[in-house]
Design a protein around this ligand. Structure first.
Ligand SMILES: *Cc1c(COP(=O)(O)O)cnc(C)c1O
Length: 389
């Protein structure tokens, strides 16, 4: 039985468009990245886990929740998770998540009390903030070092004045972030060297047992001998959005929409707004119940392809807010059938990289944009899944 038939059985007929988030694929990717990195992971679940749903992603990855037994045993269990704001951390806490939470984006001084209350590890680098954190009780925090990203953290060549403050309230961790580890090894090496230089400058002000971490997805993938330090912080690779050409990473997000209308158009007739597509001969056009309000980018007009019964069907005309038309002349299809706009359908797959390239956006933006309107279903597409019964 094909995947398509499974899904038809899983989803009630009234579901028009939805995003499937595959927990089994997430865990698979985490295992692959954990093995590659050789150190525990800090999955980055910022931006609602790149649009896929932070709470459910944390559960799927085996992070601890009140009253639940984590499914992933040490040493493969993630160390904690990374967020970009205290609101994101609060959502996790409200759902009962008891994991370590690291906020990698600089906080305002006015936010430190709330960070403390939420048991969030802030990334700090300003002397005043470090001192304020000590006055608040000096809970665990991480020192952010800028080695060339020029976005957050103390410059690698300006760490010396922090040494005294670090001795007063020792950081639990010290980290940096790469700007081009995915495509420029020399720049990664230069940032590595700057990070080591900063650590050397700080000397004993960094505790011997401090957790050092550098690698994002690009960093993990770029190394063959494991990630340096003690932790690694993957985001996009975990979600199957990049590097599936290098590592055995599975797609996690599958955007589906049903065929809600079918018609024949005749030679020379147009489809959709502004008549940018015209039939050559008689063509069969299917209307899908999904458009740019669901994160299916308008730039995919006349450029994208969707999968129906494992066949590639080109987008015909402009993607509209709620509907997208595709040419199904070569595919037997009926109203109610399921199209895959992103992800896998049987053996065929539209990766986030492929769809993003057609849409002229990065896979990051593509995934984050899926959170717009479409409901998310978290399930395990593994054979043992209760959903596939
Ligand atoms: C977003 C982010 C990551 C993850 O980056 P990916 O490229 O998605 O792997 C890691 N570290 C920091 C500080 C980040 O902001």
């Amino acid at each position: 039985m094909s995947d398509g038939h499974h899904r038809a059985a899983i989803y009630p007929r009234h579901h028009r468009a939805w995003l499937e988030v595959d927990g089994a694929a997430l865990r698979h990717n985490a295992r692959v990245l954990r093995a590659r990195a050789g150190v525990p992971l800090v999955p980055m679940v910022k931006a609602d886990a790149y649009g896929l749903g932070a709470v459910a992603v944390c559960r799927a990855l085996g992070l601890p929740f009140e009253g639940a037994t984590p499914q992933v045993a040490a040493p493969d269990a993630p160390w904690g998770v990374g967020v970009a704001s205290l609101d994101e951390a609060a959502e996790l806490r409200e759902s009962g998540c008891t994991a370590r939470i690291l906020c990698v984006t600089p906080l305002l001084a006015t936010e430190l009390t709330r960070a403390r209350a939420l048991d969030v590890r802030p990334a700090l680098h300003r002397l005043d903030d470090i001192t304020a954190w000590r006055r608040l009780g000096g809970a665990p925090w991480h020192l952010a070092i800028d080695t060339g990203m020029a976005r957050a953290g103390v410059r690698w060549d300006a760490v010396a004045p922090l040494a005294g403050a670090l001795l007063a309230v020792p950081p639990e961790g010290v980290f940096t972030h790469f700007h081009s580890a995915d495509d420029d090894l020399a720049s990664r090496d230069a940032q590595d060297a700057r990070f080591e230089q900063a650590l050397a400058t700080l000397g004993d002000a960094v505790p011997a047992d401090a957790l050092l971490h550098r690698d994002n997805s690009g960093g993990i993938v770029s190394r063959t001998t494991g990630s340096p330090g003690h932790l690694a912080r993957p985001g996009i690779a975990l979600y199957g959005g990049m590097f599936d050409d290098v590592l055995d990473l599975a797609p996690v997000a599958h955007l589906r929409a049903r065929v809600v209308d079918l018609r024949e158009v005749h030679d020379g007739e147009s489809v959709s707004y502004n008549a940018t597509w015209r039939a050559q001969g008689t063509r069969c056009i299917a209307t899908l119940a999904s458009g740019y309000a669901d994160g299916y980018r308008r730039h995919l007009s006349n450029r994208g392809e969707v999968l129906i019964h494992g066949h590639r069907c080109p987008v015909a005309g402009r993607v509209t807010m709620d509907m997208t038309m595709v040419d199904v002349t070569d595919v037997a299809c009926a109203v109610g059938d399921i199209a895959t706009l992103l992800g896998r359908d049987g053996d065929a797959c539209l990766t986030a990289g492929m769809v993003g390239a057609r849409a002229d956006v990065s896979p990051y933006e593509l995934l984050v944009g899926l959170a717009l309107r479409v409901p998310r279903f978290h399930l395990d597409l593994a054979p043992a899944s209760p959903f596939s019964a």
